[in-house]
Write a protein that binds this ligand. Sequence first.
Ligand code: SF4
Ligand code: SF4
Length: 154
Amino acid sequence: MTLEELVEKHSAFYCMECGVCTGGCPVARLVPNFSPRGIVEEVLLEGEDKVLEDSSVWLCSTCGTCSERCPQNVTITDFITELKNYLVRHDRVHPGVAAQAAPIFHDGRIYAIEDFDNKKRKKQGLPWVKPKTEEAAKIFQLTGLDKIVGNGSK
Ligand code: SF4
Ligand code: SF4
């Protein structure tokens, strides 16, 4: 999907820059430079190069507040999520996302369960946990996520 198609799909052209989205955004309260309004504006007014350089979209927690409050019905949360997908397709993966994906790829879990953990589990009568690498690898290959593991952003 192109940036123009993203704008069209999420009605971003209707943005009137009121700032209600940023005013209600919990991330913007903590990170002064983060602004959903600014992200919409950037895609509308700046070129692709600027959009690809901006890694701030990765801070969005997808809470949905901006979309719920937008008086123009811009579906900002989905817009930002699809913008993340757009960045991934252009090989701009935030290193934190790649780092989160790595243990899932290698162990099939969000964090590796080491022998140390398994020994503790055994003491408590819990079964030994083995990595589920085959299932995870298949999903990563089918979705193309295997290429981002260890890749990070450029
Ligand atoms: S709330 Fe909607 S109209 Fe207002 S700045 Fe955000 S996206 Fe634009
Ligand atoms: S969905 Fe993202 S941009 Fe929108 S309010 Fe929540 S954290 Fe902020």
